[in-house]
Write a protein that binds this ligand. Structure first.
Ligand code: CA
Length: 235
């Protein structure tokens, strides 16, 4: 289940990270996800969750509430400080869900145990479809991002992007108009933990801008916010 990510690795299947301390349950859910066409990996200890999320950049996290090492609430809070990855919380008690909803943790859905693995796969599918559609920005057909093929087009012109530029554009496009700090963008840029600087972000942004400009002369949808970071604005 463990793989060593490199910068060149472009995942073709959506990757689901399972954070669950019951090995049999995790294995069962993993099997169903793989059968459903997803890539899945698993960590059992709460302390491993954040490092695994940063390393693997999963497309969705299934997060158990009660975990050894660190509980799911705490993990979800920290996770939201650097990532918008969809989270489905798994909880053993239905009455906990009301409490969790009240905490506004930023989880996208909640599933009560015991659950059927089929149900989990169905929820994963629904959420990923929703996320994917919002990334495509139906209101802004100028920019098309296709996660399945890792390709993008601007005003109908295909963009030839490096994996890093693709991730950068995907991150910015997921929330148009929202300002991303360089730190935040850096978190999403590399699958490994290389040491990079703000300048690295600036130089990737510069290249991305040049490619967007080449695709649609006169258009410059990436705005620099002085001292803060960048945002994407498409007319
Ligand atoms: Ca548990």
């Amino acid at each position: 289940m463990h793989s060593t990510p490199t910068d060149n690795r472009i995942p073709t299947l959506a990757h689901i990270l399972i954070v669950e301390d019951e090995p049999k349950l995790a294995a069962l859910v993993g099997d169903y996800l793989r059968a459903g066409g997803y890539d899945a990996s698993w960590v059992a200890d709460g302390r491993e969750a954040i490092p695994a999320i940063k390393a693997k950049l999963p497309d969705l996290v299934l997060l158990d509430l009660m975990l050894p090492g660190r509980d799911g609430l705490d993990i979800c809070r920290e996770l939201r400080s650097f990532s918008d990855v969809p989270v489905i919380m798994l909880t053993a008690r239905v009455e906990e869900i009301d409490r969790l909803l009240g905490l506004e943790l930023g989880a996208d859905d909640y599933i009560c145990k015991p659950f059927s693995p089929r149900e989990v796969v169905a929820r994963v599918k629904t959420i990923l479809r929703r996320v994917r559609h919002s990334g495509e920005q139906p209101g802004n057909p100028a920019l098309r991002i296709d996660e399945a093929t890792h390709s993008a087009a601007f005003h109908g012109v295909p963009l030839e992007l490096t994996p890093v530029e693709f991730r950068l554009l995907k991150t910015l496009a997921a929330n148009p108009g929202r300002v991303f700090s360089r730190d935040r963008l850096l978190d999403n840029l590399y699958l490994d933990h290389r040491v990079v600087t703000d300048r690295t972000v600036d130089s990737h942004i510069k290249n991305l801008r040049r490619k967007l400009e080449q695709a649609a002369p006169g258009q410059d949808p990436i705005r620099s916010i002085y001292g803060v970071g960048y945002k994407l604005e498409i007319e």
